[in-house]
Design a protein. Structure first.
Lengths: 313, 314
């Protein structure tokens, strides 16, 4: 039996947001499998806790710069699937008016000021945004996302150097899912310590593990305050698992060839009655399930599926 | 007055008209200040000067980030070659900005000193700004003399949008070319006409105006008068006035000192071919021979007598 925690209005909203984003992505996946999209979409199943935590700490005048894997963040900020889905279908009344697709989907009204499909491209842009914000709105934070692949680009190092030198209140949030396309870190490069890199710049560093959204929110609030008060960037490495892997049946692999999820529809995810994909802390839905009894989670899931399907009808 | 002194003066005048500019680049207010280009830039008011890191990719991205947030800036830099490091942003980041409504009222200008003074070896001497502008489909200008300096700096150094304005290191310490009055300015500072002649049209691209002036003088000595044009834009524009002049004179010399393979002169010639009445065209490109990667003088010298002979040879 799961623990029942005190679910005040705010806490329940956080859990509901995570579920809603998960289910919305599963709906997108179903549409994708049905061949509804011409554009490439990189789902972010497994990134929901982080996305909801970032959303929770953002004020109206904060800024967020994203990567091609932005679905969870756009869903978190927009709080609705329909405008995003219409954009994916390149309809003129979609969130980006059919001008952005998925990889560059941004939402300036909700603080997502820039989204780049070029690895590492958004780091220097974030430095420029943070510099201008510092002068015009010193209480606003700028948050930039990257992946473990993007920190291999020279622009990452240059931007950390620039942000530190110019004393920019900037949260650099690296989602480390271990994969860049089809290679793990150990297959494509030596490992290195982001903490030591941060130390070498005298930067505060933090590591996010375990997908508990409340822990992430608390940490992010603290890091945001630190960055603003000290006028310096903060480097965060968040360990995530991008869910949706599957096995491809080929003669050479009797058990099926392991395919890590990178982009497109995933055949291993089906929208039925449960949002759970993995029974481990890799899955934010598994992590938050401990806050519900079984019936409550199932009930909320059904309600949300109905709401989402009504929204996009 | 020297070329660099005049440009510096115009830059300072223009900057002083705008509050809240961010001016950045390596050593822009230290040492020689880019050979005098950025000396004494006014920093009163809300303007900020940053002697930046050596991070051209990020510096270009930084400028676009400022633009997204409504800030205007100028990135001063030395060596066009370093700008290759920022091509991702010039192409990809700017594509995002101009595809949305963010940052459209802000200005971002990159001003590289193009090292065309020679003896640099296989690197550090790229002078084909038009290639970069073509790849990214962005506006670009080169400054040759007092007239285009005034026009280009006052109209384009700080104005909504993005552009690259190149200056020539080779010209830095030379007396600024001053025709007195130019005949015609076209294309928003994209090209200038300095003389009007009857016998030939001379059209100079990139930084080849001084070679064009030498040819003009040689033609005068042979009792020919020529119209002299300098094309300062790095991308194709409407050059109707030039084409009209070619239709009248019937003879064209076109020259370009760029090192690239596809140069703006070629795009111009496509339009010239559509002009009726052009009896003869002489095309003068930079000679790329076997030692072009070595530390050589990098000068462009044309045989004017041969040009004149070719122009009137049937």
């Amino acid at each position: 039996m799961g623990l029942k925690v005190k679910l005040d209005h705010v806490d329940k909203k956080i859990l509901e947001n995570i579920l809603r984003i998960r289910l919305s992505q599963m709906v997108v996946n179903e549409e994708y499998k049905a061949g509804k999209f011409k554009i490439p979409i990189h789902l972010s199943l497994g990134h929901e806790s982080l996305a909801v935590a970032v959303d929770a700490v953002m004020r109206d005048d904060d800024r967020l710069l994203l990567t091609h894997r932005n679905v969870a963040y756009n869903l978190a900020r927009e709080r609705a699937l329909s405008p995003i889905l219409r954009e994916y279908c390149l309809e003129g009344d979609g969130l980006g008016r059919a001008a952005l697709g998925s990889m560059n989907l941004m939402n300036p009204k909700r603080g997502i000021i820039y989204t780049s499909s070029i690895l590492g491209n958004n780091f220097p842009v974030a430095a420029g945004v943070a510099f201008q914000r510092k002068n015009n709105n010193p209480e606003a934070i700028t948050i930039v996302l990257g992946g473990d692949g993007s920190i291999e680009e020279g622009s990452f190092y240059e931007s950390v150097l620039m942000a530190r030198t110019l004393r920019l209140p900037l949260l650099i949030l690296i989602e480390n899912n271990d994969w860049s396309l089809a290679t793990r870190i150990c297959e494509r490069r030596c490992d290195f310590s982001l903490k030591k890199l941060a130390d070498s710049f005298s930067l505060r560093f933090d590591e996010f593990l375990g997908n508990d959204p409340f822990e992430y929110i608390e940490k992010l609030e603290d890091l945001k305050s630190y960055a603003l008060k000290n006028e310096e960037p903060v480097l965060i490495q968040a360990h995530v698992a991008t869910l949706g892997d599957w096995r491809l049946q080929v003669p050479e692999h009797p058990d099926g060839k392991f395919i890590n999820y990178h982009a497109g529809p995933t055949p291993s995810v089906e929208l039925k009655h449960s949002a759970l994909l993995k029974t481990s802390n890799d899955d934010p839905v598994f992590v938050i399930s401990k806050y519900f009894n079984e019936n409550e989670l199932e009930r909320m899931t059904k309600e949300l599926i109905t709401q989402i399907q009504y929204e996009i009808r | 007055m020297k070329y660099v002194e005049l440009i510096n003066k115009k830059i300072c005048e223009e900057i002083s008209r705008h509050e809240d500019l961010v001016l950045f680049g390596q050593n822009i207010s230290a040492g020689s200040c880019l050979g005098g280009l950025t000396k004494n830039i006014p920093i009163q008011g809300g303007r900020k000067i940053i002697n930046s890191t050596n991070s051209e990719n990020s510096l270009v991205g930084f400028g676009f980030g400022l633009m997204l947030e409504g800030g205007s800036s100028i990135f001063f830099m030395k060596q066009l070659d370093f700008l290759f490091l920022g091509i991702d942003h010039i192409v990809n980041t700017y594509n995002i900005i101009r595809n949305t409504n963010k940052g459209k009222s802000s200005s971002f200008t990159i001003m590289p000193v193009i090292i065309d003074s020679g003896y640099q070896g296989p690197q550090s001497s790229s002078n084909n700004l038009a290639d970069i502008c073509s790849m990214a489909r962005v506006s670009g200008y080169v400054i040759n003399n007092i007239h285009d300096a005034k026009e280009i700096i006052s109209n384009h150094l700080v104005s909504p949008g993005f552009r690259i304005i190149g200056v020539s290191q080779r010209l830095f310490q030379k007396e600024i070319i001053d025709f007195g009055e130019q005949v015609y300015t076209g294309g928003g500072g994209g090209f200038f006409q300095y003389t009007k002649g009857r016998h030939a049209s001379i059209v100079c691209f990139n930084f080849s105006l001084s070679q064009g002036m030498e040819l003009l003088e040689a033609m005068k000595n042979n009792n020919f008068s020529a119209s002299l044009f300098s094309v300062n834009t790095c991308t194709k524009i409407n050059w109707k006035s030039i084409l009209d002049d070619i239709a009248l004179t019937g003879r064209l010399v076109v020259m370009d000192d760029s090192k690239g393979s596809n140069i703006l002169l070629d795009a111009f010639l496509v339009d010239v071919n559509a002009v009726s009445g052009c009896k003869k065209t002489v095309i003068m490109r930079r000679n790329i021979d076997d030692n072009w990667l070595n530390p050589i003088a990098d000068e462009v010298v044309f045989d004017n007598e041969q040009i004149i002979s070719d122009l009137w040879r049937d």
